[in-house]
Design a protein around this ligand. Structure first.
Ligand code: ROI
Length: 167
């Protein structure tokens, strides 16, 4: 297996179409095969009610931790290949999708480019991202100095019931 101490990247996985558990598990297996990249760990799978359009199925969400030598946009290319391989369908903004792979964090990098914003904009308030992220990295501090555990605490009243461990 390729071994690297490279950049630490957190990737959010989400699916609510075409057997979402299978979609997320398949994506995790494919992440293991990326070039110059090692899948270090991943969270368990979470079931969450949809953010956005309400008349769509619940989502399955998870977070994966990668160590990679790929630069952010090269990694983004790889993530989009996986999304496309798994027949990603996204006809409606905020609507259902077969597979989303969102680069949440790339080390402590802050970036705003047409293709990629780091940290991911949804990171701070989305319980379905924060819970699996916390499971992977309970001590994580974000580039703006906020701790993931504090974000979870402040989001609790609002969203915690929306996210359930699946296994
Ligand atoms: N809602 C949930 N619960 N989980 C997601 O992964 C997700 N992804 C999205 C939108 C449509 C914003 N809603 C979501 O892209």
């Amino acid at each position: 297996m390729f071994s690297t101490t490279g950049n630490i990247v957190y990737v959010g996985l989400g699916s609510n179409l075409d057997n979402p558990v299978h979609q997320v598990e398949q994506a995790l297996r494919t992440l293991e095969t990326l070039p110059a990249t090692e899948l270090k760990t991943h969270s368990t799978l979470y079931r969450s009610t949809p953010l956005g359009q309400q008349n769509q199925p619940d989502y399955i969400n998870a977070v994966a931790v990668l160590h990679t030598e790929l630069r952010p946009l090269a990694l983004l290319d790889e993530l989009q290949v996986i999304e496309n391989q798994q027949g990603r369908v996204r006809k409606v903004r905020w609507g259902p999708r077969t597979l989303d792979l969102d680069m949440l964090l790339y080390d402590q990098k802050q970036l705003q480019s047409p293709r990629l914003t780091l940290p991911h904009l949804g990171l701070y308030e989305r319980a379905f991202v924060l819970y699996p992220l916390y499971e992977c990295a309970p001590d994580l501090v974000l580039p703006n100095g906020q701790r993931v555990c504090d974000l979870i605490r402040s989001s609790e009243g609002l969203c915690w019931r929306e996210v359930h461990h699946l296994k």
